[in-house]
Design a protein around this ligand. Sequence first.
Ligand code: UDP
Length: 140
Amino acid sequence: MAVERTFSMIKPDATRRNLTGAITKILEEGGLRVVASKRVWMSQRQAEGFYAVHKERPFFGELVESMSAGPTIVQVLEGENAIARNRELMGATNPKDAAEGTIRKAHALSIGENSVHGSDAAETAKEEIAYWFSQTEIVG
Ligand code: UDP
């Protein structure tokens, strides 16, 4: 297994409920290391840019609205198989379908306000990390 980096966000629904530590603990105990982290309040424009791949989807407006409604913690996570491992720890997009022990099962409010984001592939991880971080902000 290769050591990889992935991009993660603790979304505004979770920062609002003071769950930054609880969620980071699940990621760390799950074998991932936080090698970059910062708190940002994204603009609607930044949210639209980040989620551009979803711009034709019916939930796009709501997604942009909720992502710019409060602070987000953006992180780079490192570990063996980090992309797949993070997706496993997050659980299914809809918390109703999320497995026991996952972040979304424990903390998500709904399919829209589902507490975390994680890159789904190597190429998107690279792009998403570069969207929020410069190389010097990532300390492995
Ligand atoms: N989303 C939504 N309604 C849907 C599907 C997705 O509001 O029917 C939101 C949700 O916040 C999700 C994000 O859009 O996390 C991105 O969707 P994706 O299918 O990429 O899910 P993820 O990779 O976050 O599990």
